[in-house]
Design a protein around this ligand. Structure first.
Ligand code: STR
Length: 510
């Protein structure tokens, strides 16, 4: 009897939900849909969703819709339409669907990644951007710090010389420290138990979000016990506790004379709004400690999981393409040598490495369907009507794998990002948006590109990354989660002979 209750509630919800189609308007092609379950029975049950959506384009075209529960979702698989959504009509589509799991993660849709369009999101995004502006080009504080972290990582890896290791934890620790520096101006020692806690809850959050729980389609089901939501809540609580502790301590020593971190920027904005009696209930309501915590949590999660994942993907591809790895190393040897370590100014010269990173971001995008968008007003895409409240998914996978836009899109070919002489980076197609675009575009792109370059340049200068003795190659299929993860793999670490020789002659200066 009780089992039938959700069904009954859902049926009622379905029939009483406003449908809101405007008569006469032309809507995108739609997959078949049944009452209650929508198009779910018509979606392939196996394989990666982004691949399935891409295949459905053959039948339904580059824009089509489907229904999930009572919601309409439009799928976009072509760059002109994607650019219309993200850039030209970016504001119309700057909303985010509010689903149960992400509500838990974002302390009720606070922060910036999953917050809906509105004053809170706008303010926090602006403050985060203001923080990144503190680290712009001329300022080498960030570069120095990133290099210091990579140097510690390299020294740690050197102790594993000859062994096959899973790089994910060491890279996680290095990247976490970089985010700690940006947010709080401190870093952890590798042996600090707090780092293990951060690793534990971050993995928990990722795993639980990857489960695609049915509550996100039928939110009514959240009243029933649900293991996934329970674990997610535990992990989020763990994170919130750790961040609250940091926040509390930080506030005690905060000084508005020296604004150098993200937390400084947020606390200063909070204080200014508290002191500004002119509008007591405007910004201050949007800058509570909970809001600050959520934004820092987003930036942390986004900064760590994405960069970690791309570094691992890049290493994995280099194991599959040893000739490419050698070529990049030659490029590093010629342009940087062994008397110094790579810096950001080498980006203009290590073009094959840059091209390789771009190709990794194409063939295994961090977010193959970006983060879902939502229409905040009635609008249109490619002449088709899109009602307010419709979810819009940009299938980046489809853009990056388009046969008409890319030569042999399934092949890993970094050269496609270089002109035939190999002396210049090129953009071979507009169908390439690894960081999204428009009002929701990734705020950390500059940081991410710098980190990826420095991590790979440093690692390849000093180490030969090789397939382990057991011959196990990394699997390249990936695990689509909120981040497109690579399956765990091991790599054999060997300090390069050339590096050793140079060391013997005189130690490199940083
Ligand atoms: C990773 C796990 C975590 O602890 C916190 C977050 C919140 C921000 C998320 C991040 C996640 C995964 C990657 C996201 C990021 C916001 C932007 C980024 C989704 C879930 C991407 O768009 C790839």
């Amino acid at each position: 009897m009780w089992e039938l209750l959700p069904l009954l509630l859902l049926t009622l919800a379905y029939f009483f939900w406003p449908k809101g189609k405007s008569p006469g308007a032309k809507y995108p092609n739609s997959l078949p849909a049944l009452p209650l379950v929508g198009s779910l029975p018509f979606l392939p049950r196996h394989g990666h969703q982004h691949v399935n959506f891409f295949k459905l384009q053959r039948k339904y075209g580059p824009i089509y819709s489907l229904r999930m529960g009572n919601k309409t979702t439009v799928i976009i698989g072509e760059h002109q339409l994607a650019r219309e959504v993200l850039i030209k009509k970016g504001k119309d589509f700057a909303g985010r669907p509010q689903v149960v799991t992400l509500g838990i993660l974002s302390n009720n849709h606070k922060g910036i990644a999953f917050a809906d369009h509105g004053a809170q999101w706008q303010l926090h995004r602006k403050l985060v951007q203001a923080t990144f502006a503190l680290f712009k080009d001329g300022n080498q504080r960030l570069e120095k710090m990133i290099c210091q972290e990579i140097s510690s990582l390299s020294d740690f890896l050197a102790t594993k010389c000859g062994q096959s290791v899973d790089l994910s934890l060491p890279v996680f620790m290095a990247v976490t420290n970089i985010m700690c520096f940006i947010c709080f101006n401190f870093t952890y020692k590798y042996e600090d138990p707090k780092l293990k806690i951060i690793h534990h809850y971050s993995n928990g959050i990722l795993d639980m979000l990857g489960k695609n729980t049915i509550v996100d389609i039928f939110p009514g089901l959240k009243i029933f016990p649900n293991k996934t939501l329970e674990i997610l809540r535990n992990c989020v609580n763990m994170r919130n506790e750790l961040l609250t502790e940091i926040l509390g301590k930080y506030k005690e020593s905060f000084s508005s004379d020296s604004i150098t971190t993200m937390l400084d920027v947020l606390i200063q904005a909070q204080m200014n709004s508290d002191n500004n009696n002119a509008d007591p209930d405007q910004d201050s309501k949007l800058l509570s400690d909970k809001h600050i915590l959520s934004t820092i949590g987003d930036i942390f999660g986004a900064g760590v999981e994405t960069t970690c994942s791309v570094v691992l993907w890049t290493v994995a591809f280099l194991l599959h393409y040893p000739q490419l790895k050698k070529k990049i190393q030659k490029e590093i040897d010629q342009n940087v040598g062994f008397n110094r370590t790579p810096t950001l100014s080498d980006r203009n010269h290590l073009l094959l490495l840059e091209a390789t990173i771009r190709e990794v971001l194409r063939i295994r995008p961090v977010a193959p369907m970006l983060i879902p968008h939502q229409a905040i007003v009635n609008s249109s895409i490619g002449g088709y009507a899109i009602d307010k409240g419709t979810d819009v998914i940009i299938n980046l996978w489809a853009l990056h794998k388009s046969e008409t836009e890319w030569d042999q899109p399934d092949k890993f070919m970094p050269e496609r990002f270089l002109d035939p002489t190999g002396n210049q980076l090129i953009s071979p197609s507009l169908s390439y948006l690894p960081f999204g675009a428009g009002p929701r575009t990734c705020v950390g792109e500059m940081l991410a590109r710098r980190e990826l370059f420095l991590f790979m340049a440093w690692l390849l200068q000093r180490f030969d990354l090789e397939v382990p003795d057991d011959g196990h190659m990394p699997a390249l299929e990936g695990i689509p989660n909120v981040v497109f993860l690579i399956e765990p793999f091991k790599v054999k670490i060997k300090v390069r002979e050339a590096w050793k020789e140079a060391q013997a002659e005189g130690s490199p200066q940083n």
